[in-house]
Design a protein around this ligand. Structure first.
Ligand SMILES: NC(=O)c1ccc[n+]([C@@H]2O[C@H](COP(=O)([O-])OP(=O)(O)OC[C@H]3O[C@@H](n4cnc5c(N)ncnc54)[C@H](OP(=O)(O)O)[C@@H]3O)[C@@H](O)[C@H]2O)c1
Length: 408
């Protein structure tokens, strides 16, 4: 084993930091055989112990696993400016300040690596930056939040309510005590902003990602989806559209042939599409201390074998909010003649045509559930607003996007 040390400073010693501190010594010999350097942790900073300047001063590489924006941003900037490589798992930081940090890293000739920030140990960053560096990516679709995927999987499998499935996720450690970032889609939005930045080589900030969470999903939606042969997932999408790119996170129904349809429980998966490669789907655990630590270790090894950097964006594409989508529409209606015709007419006025319809219940319990073919979201919601005003519609219509593509 090589005697030349490679010194690592850890910022954070929580779930991920502790797992890195455990995994690194166990893999140090194997890493030394590959890189010729012996990695060791030379300093640790927490809220209660350690000194930032000492940790950075005594390190060749900093692992930022504190989370949050401040002081994480200042610490990462200071480490880069001190000529240290940085590995981070912090998606919020990169989705808000990524371009500043990547620019600083380029200017100071150090590496800023972040495989663990998106989809845990699923190597999507490396695939986009390296394997597919020569491909023209058209679209990325992903299940990039394991907490919400677990909740939706449980609701579909057991008929549990959203609240009960969330409580179970918390009991099993798949959801935090405060699950807001996960269930509102903000965690997934941060990851999609990072993926879009890499795939389309254009700056994308989390605030440009249209985002809808899963809090309003009911067991009934899942039951109807089952009847229509659809599965429900929280899907992040980043795609090229005629006016630029569109990046979004929202619940969406998938037909069973879609590569993401079978991804259940706390797993993550990302499908990358390009005419050059047709389609690649990567899947695996999206979180967890040891899994995330393993992705961080991969980044450490990459940083030990130079060089790689995130190039300056070459494009400045428009991020478009109003795009075409197919929709599921759920209406509670009074059961009387002509209801379906009037709904179809209002949809038709906006250019929407109905793909399939399920009608259930009688009298006050009548439900009309339909899937409409793709149209601009603004036009669909304009029709829904008019439908909501019809006198036989008894509660607020519920609309969820449907991903129509079938894959072979
Ligand atoms: N957990 C996962 O499965 C997972 C997966 C992928 C990515 N990530 C990302 O990894 C990062 C860390 O997550 P985690 O779950 O390990 O968090 P965590 O368990 O809450 O640990 C955070 C650590 O950072 C320290 N810290 C926080 N603020 C600090 C400050 N201002 N100064 C110094 N130390 C500070 C804490 O110190 P104390 O020990 O004193 O509290 C703690 O040791 C986050 O960016 C998260 O999004 C986590």
């Amino acid at each position: 084993m090589s005697d030349t040390p490679f010194r690592i400073g850890l910022l954070g010693h929580g779930t991920v930091g502790r797992a890195v501190a455990e995994l690194l010594p166990a893999r140090a010999e194997a890493i030394a055989a590959i890189t010729g350097l012996r990695p060791e942790i030379t300093g640790v900073l927490t809220t209660r112990s350690g000194d930032f300047d000492e940790v950075v001063g005594g390190a060749d590489l900093i692992v930022e696993v504190m989370g949050g924006l401040d002081p994480a941003r200042q610490y990462v900037l200071a480490a880069i400016r001190a000529g240290k490589h940085v590995v981070t798992a912090n998606k919020q930081l990169l989705s808000q300040h990524g371009d500043e940090l990547w620019r600083e890293a380029r200017e100071h000739g150090v590496q800023l690596r972040f495989e663990a920030a998106v989809a845990g140990v699923v190597p999507v960053i490396r695939v986009l930056q390296e394997t597919l560096a020569g491909a023209h990516v058209e679209r990325i679709s992903g299940i990039v939040n394991g907490t919400t995927n677990f909740i939706l999987s449980q609701m579909a499998a057991t008929g549990a309510s959203y609240a009960d499935a969330l409580a179970e996720a918390q009991e099993l450690g798949y959801a935090e005590t405060d699950p807001t970032d996960d269930v509102t889609g903000r965690d997934a939005a941060a990851k999609m902003a990072i993926l879009a930045r890499l795939a389309f080589d254009t700056p994308v900030h989390i605030d440009q990602v249209s985002c809808e969470g899963i809090e309003a999903i009911t067991p009934e939606d899942l039951q109807y989806a089952h009847d229509l042969d659809l599965g429900l997932k929280l899907i992040g999408t980043a795609e090229r559209v005629p006016a630029g790119i569109a990046v979004s996170v929202h619940p969406a129904f998938l037909y069973s042939g879609h590569p993401l349809a079978s991804v259940s429980g706390p797993f993550n998966a990302v499908t990358i599409e390009s005419a050059d490669i047709t389609e690649i789907t990567l899947s695996g655990p999206g979180a967890g201390g040891p899994q995330t630590a393993s992705a961080i270790l991969g980044d450490i090894v990459s940083a030990m074998i130079p060089p790689a950097s995130t190039p300056e964006p070459r494009e400045s594409l428009e991020v478009v909010a109003d795009i075409e989508s197919s929709f599921y529409l759920h209406l509670e209606v009074a059961d009387r003649p002509g209801v379906l015709a009037q709904v179809a007419q209002l949809l038709g006025l906006q250019g929407a045509s109905v793909r399939s319809v399920v009608q259930k219940g009688l009298g006050d319990n009548a439900r009309l559930v339909m899937v409409v073919h793709p149209l601009l979201e603004s036009r669909f919601y304009a029709a829904v607003e008019l439908i909501a005003g019809l006198d036989f519609v008894r509660s607020k219509p519920r609309a969820i996007r449907v991903i129509e593509e079938e894959y072979q």
